[in-house]
Design a protein around this ligand. Structure first.
Ligand code: PGA
Length: 267
């Protein structure tokens, strides 16, 4: 991966519910097939609901700039874990990535940092690139404890992370209050995003040293769209974005990718 390459991760959450919705999305996205194959500096990761992993992987197999990811996985390889998704199973059905610790998993599925740490360790060990989501809540922002909150989450989630797998670790800074999927909100300012990136980078450097910390990409997620993606990636210097709501419309997702690709090839 080139140093300046940016990564766009689409998190469909529990959307594209009916089969025809998923098929329409794929049809709309595949209109850009040639353009997608010609991308030189942007990588796309699509994270559909787990049931659709295999379908997405098969449909998009020929497009080398697009990978598939899971939205979660369990920490065991196999066994009596009703409803669980094994990371090895995910890999075997076409996933290369997994999102872990998303605030919606914490909120609605009761996921603790202890659980996230277990999942993270297992996922990277079986070869899934793992996107660890961290971010402060609205209350923490108000109380001015973002620094504390991010460090606490990183310390707990990376507690047992195997340093030899840092190439497979991606951190997504997602302020919980800025997630737009349910209601429109304003994302944080460039300064706020840069500050969060610095906090994350400092934690990683303290933990692994400068050179190893550099192997970890830091992304931003929360209300990303075509209009703010350049600011986030080029002014605030994030290495990519995690996109929820906007990714449900193929033209919008493509718009985000195109903005990055054009700018990266001009500079
Ligand atoms: P959003 O969601 O783009 O709809 O704000 C981002 C996310 O939750 O990952």
């Amino acid at each position: 991966m080139l140093k300046k390459e940016k990564i766009v991760i689409a998190n469909f959450k529990m959307n594209l519910v009916l089969r025809f919705e998923m098929e329409n999305w794929l049809k709309g996205f595949l209109r850009y097939k040639n353009d997608l194959n010609n991308l030189s500096t942007t990588k796309i990761v699509l994270c559909p609901a787990v049931l659709q992993t295999d379908i997405f992987a098969n449909k998009l197999r020929d497009i080398k700039t697009v990978d598939i990811g899971l939205q979660d996985c369990f920490w065991e390889r196999k066994g009596s874990y009703t409803g669980g998704v094994s990371p090895t199973m995910g890999k075997s059905f076409g996933a290369e990535y997994v999102i872990l610790g998303h605030s919606e998993r914490r909120r609605y599925f009761g996921e603790t940092e202890e659980v996230i740490a277990l999942k993270l360790k297992k996922a990277v060990t079986v070869g899934l690139k793992s996107i660890l989501c961290i971010g402060e809540s609205a209350e923490e922002k108000k109380a001015d404890t973002t620094n504390l909150s991010l460090n606490k989450q990183l310390d707990a989630c990376l507690k047992d992370f195997p340093p030899g797998q840092l190439d497979r670790l991606i951190i997504a800074y997602e302020p919980v209050w800025a997630i737009s999927s349910n209601k429109p909100v304003n994302p944080p300012t460039v300064d706020e995003i840069m500050m969060a990136k610095l906090i994350i980078r400092k934690n990683l450097v303290k933990r692994y040293g400068t050179k190893s910390a550099d192997r970890v990409k830091i992304l931003y997620g929360g209300s990303v769209n075509q209009r703010n993606v350049e600011e986030i990636c080029f002014e605030a210097g994030m290495e990519g974005v995690l996109v929820g709501k906007a990714s449900l419309v193929p033209t919008e997702l493509w718009g985000i990718v195109k903005k990055l690709e054009l700018k990266l090839n001009v500079d």
